[in-house]
Structure formats: C-alpha cells, structure tokens
Design a protein around this ligand. Structure first.
Ligand code: K2U
Ligand code: ZN
Length: 170
C-alpha cells in the first residue's frame, strides 16, 4: 500500500535508523510499500524513515532505458568512494519543490543485503551514485539541506513549516 511521506522538519527524519537483523515478512512488506510509494510520488529513490519506518532499508529504481529495475537494499553501506566529485541539483520527497546543488563522490561501491538475505556489492555511477548516497544519508538522519549554508537551510525549513501549516488546515 502507498504510505504517507513525512515532510521536513520531522524528528524521525533526523534519527539514525536501526539495522535489519533478518528478512522478515514485515521487512518484505515494508519494501513493497516503499516501492509502490516511490513510483506513486514519483521518485527514483526512497528511504524507510521517509515513511516513518526507522529501519535501514532503501529502495531505488535505476531506470535507464531498459525496463524498470526495482532495487531493495537492506543495511546498505558505502565501502569505496571515488576521488572525483559530481554536483547534482538535488531534491527530496520529504522537502517538496526545493532544489539545491550538492557535491558528492561521482562513483561509490555499496555493499548490502538483499531480500533473499544474500550479500550484494555493486558500483554506482552518475545519477545513481547521487541517489544511493542521498538515500543512505536518510538512514543516518542526514538531509541534502544539511550540506547547504545555514541561511539557505533555514529558508527551506521555514518554507516547509509553512507548507505543513497549510496542509494541516486543508
Ligand atoms: O530520497 C528521496 O527523497 C527521493 C529523491 C532521491 C534523489 C534525490 C536527489 C537526486 C537523485 C535522487 C528524489 O526526490 S527522487 C525524484 C527525482 C527524480 C529524478 C531525478 C532526481 C530526483
Ligand atoms: Zn530524500
């Protein structure tokens, strides 16, 4: 089912998430709901804390030109980052309609556990490197606005507080 996406500021978006000990039916259901929620948004990535689940689970769909390739990464960790950096105008489903340039390593190697409990390792480049780093940051309670200066971050936070007040009234 589609779950509600939390909007910044929200304490759950700042808390570090708990590792997944084993692949239970609850984890499998969470991953399915996260993929459905991501496609509905639409987005190309989503982290569990964004739907209020404080678990180290992220989903991504590295849509290239091929058919959709939904990925579920449990306990993802970056095990290598390139020296080269790339800059991307990032957004976030928890900070709607706000974009800012963020510089990150251009390529990363990530190790994770998949829904079969198997360990996977893969190098991500381009937009997918940006996306997987953006999602893993979410698991550590870090948002892309944390890379901005204090004034810009505060301006965006104020806009989100206004948006939440308006949504509460609607
Ligand atoms: O985690 C999220 O909030 C979903 C993010 C993931 C993302 C952020 C920045 C750069 C790449 C991915 C996005 O809102 S998904 C929406 C999107 C779609 C296409 C390209 C960039 C972002
Ligand atoms: Zn995000």
């Amino acid at each position: 089912m589609i779950r509600a996406i939390l909007i910044h500021p929200d304490p759950r978006l700042k808390k570090p998430c708990d590792p997944v000990a084993e692949v239970t039916s609850e984890i499998t259901e969470l991953a399915r709901d996260m993929l459905e929620t991501m496609y509905d948004a639409p987005g190309i990535g989503l982290a569990a804390p964004q739907v209020g689940a404080m678990k180290r689970v992220i989903v991504m769909d590295c849509i290239k030109d091929a058919p959709p390739e939904p990925m579920v990464l449990l306990n993802p960790q970056v095990i290598w980052s390139s020296e080269d950096q790339s800059t991307y105008d990032e957004g976030c489903l928890s900070i709607p309609d706000q974009y800012a340039e963020v510089k990150r390593p251009a390529s990363v190697k990530v190790r994770w556990m998949d829904l079969d409990g198997a360990t996977q390792e893969r190098q991500f480049d381009g937009l997918w490197a940006t996306c997987v780093q953006h999602e893993i940051d979410h698991l550590d309670g870090k948002l892309f606005i944390d890379y901005l200066g204090p004034l810009k971050r505060q301006m965006i936070t104020r806009k989100m507080e206004k948006l939440k007040r308006e949504r509460a009234r609607a």
